[in-house]
Design a protein around this ligand. Structure first.
Ligand SMILES: NC(=O)c1ccc[n+]([C@@H]2O[C@H](COP(=O)([O-])OP(=O)(O)OC[C@H]3O[C@@H](n4cnc5c(N)ncnc54)[C@H](O)[C@@H]3O)[C@@H](O)[C@H]2O)c1
Length: 271
């Protein structure tokens, strides 16, 4: 059973797509008002419309999490509308720099761009929301990391390192904010067929990047990775991650902080 989120307000960055959308809907179904925030305006408005269908209040907010003024404005909009930010989900993320999937080699820009969004953006949003959570001595922050945080890999080391930083930061900020009754946890999703994975498979199915996978369609490649690496032999879904987020956002999880929860069908069970 998932926690009750009635009378709670949630702000979800990266809410316009994939996992963020699943989290928005799961929180809404538990009764939270949900502010959908993303740099993708069209997607943000679409997800806000989907959230509204569940019967809760919603906001669509354009944000670039790498821009301090934009992040401050995002949090201010939620506080102005609803008076409080109870739940912040930091989901906005990228796998590499612009057009990463069209290149065979990683560049320094992949490092700076990925850390800017996945780490610095997440820190800025947390700091901005924590100002309000501290005043109310209550709050839940949920950071979307990845199984990539827990192991190395040859394809996108900048991404693995950025997600390891998210798990590390989650522990530190949980210690900082714990005395204010603010819980901070991370979720490490496994393999989900979202626009992000479409880009990964677009790169890997190209000749010269991964010979074993060359020639497969993007979806076939994803299915092969799931079958080869996941003991449960099934992909994860945005709703799987949303359910974990809804639990961590609820009072049922009030004694859990500084942890990273893996939802991966067993991908990491083998080490
Ligand atoms: N898909 C997977 O298998 C998987 C696995 C583990 C972790 N994740 C993580 O889950 C999160 C969501 O990924 P997804 O798979 O749903 O991908 P996605 O590309 O569908 O969603 C990412 C969202 O982040 C938004 N975004 C990117 N940069 C932004 C910025 N500067 N400001 C505001 N919004 C920005 C995008 O517009 C997009 O809506 C990411 O943090 C990703 O690293 C994904």
């Amino acid at each position: 059973m998932l926690g009750d989120l009635k009378n709670k307000t949630a702000l979800v960055t990266g809410g316009a797509s994939g996992i963020g959308r699943g989290i928005c809907l799961a929180l809404a179904e538990q009764g939270a008002k949900v502010a959908v925030a993303d740099r993708n305006v069209e997607g943000t408005e679409q997800v806000a419309a989907d959230v509204a269908k569940t019967g809760v209040a919603t906001l669509a907010i354009r944000v670039d999490v790498t821009n301090q003024a934009s992040v401050d404005e995002m949090v201010a909009k939620v506080v102005d509308a609803w008076g409080q930010v109870d739940i912040l989900v930091n989901d906005a993320g990228v796998i590499g720099g612009p057009q990463w999937w069209d290149r065979d080699e990683n560049t320094q820009e992949d490092w700076t761009y990925t850390f800017d969004v996945n780490v610095r953006g997440l820190v800025m949003a947390t700091d901005a929301a924590a100002v309000h959570m501290k005043k109310r001595k209550s709050g839940k922050v949920i950071n979307i990391a990845s199984i990539a945080a827990l192991r190395g890999g040859p394809d996108y080391p900048h991404y693995n390192a950025s997600k390891a930083a998210v798990v590390s930061y989650t522990k530190s900020v949980a210690i900082q904010l714990g005395p204010h009754s603010i819980n901070v946890n991370a979720i490490c999703p496994g393999l989900l067929w979202t626009p992000m994975w479409e880009r990964i498979s677009q790169r890997q199915s190209r000749s010269g990047v991964n010979a074993a996978l060359h020639g497969l369609s993007q979806r076939e490649l994803f299915d092969k990775v799931v079958a080869d690496t996941t003991p449960l032999k099934r992909e994860q879904t945005p709703r799987d991650i949303g359910k974990m987020a809804a639990f961590l956002a609820s009072d049922d999880a009030m004694n859990i902080t500084g942890q990273a929860f893996v939802v991966d069908g067993g991908f990491t069970a083998g080490g």
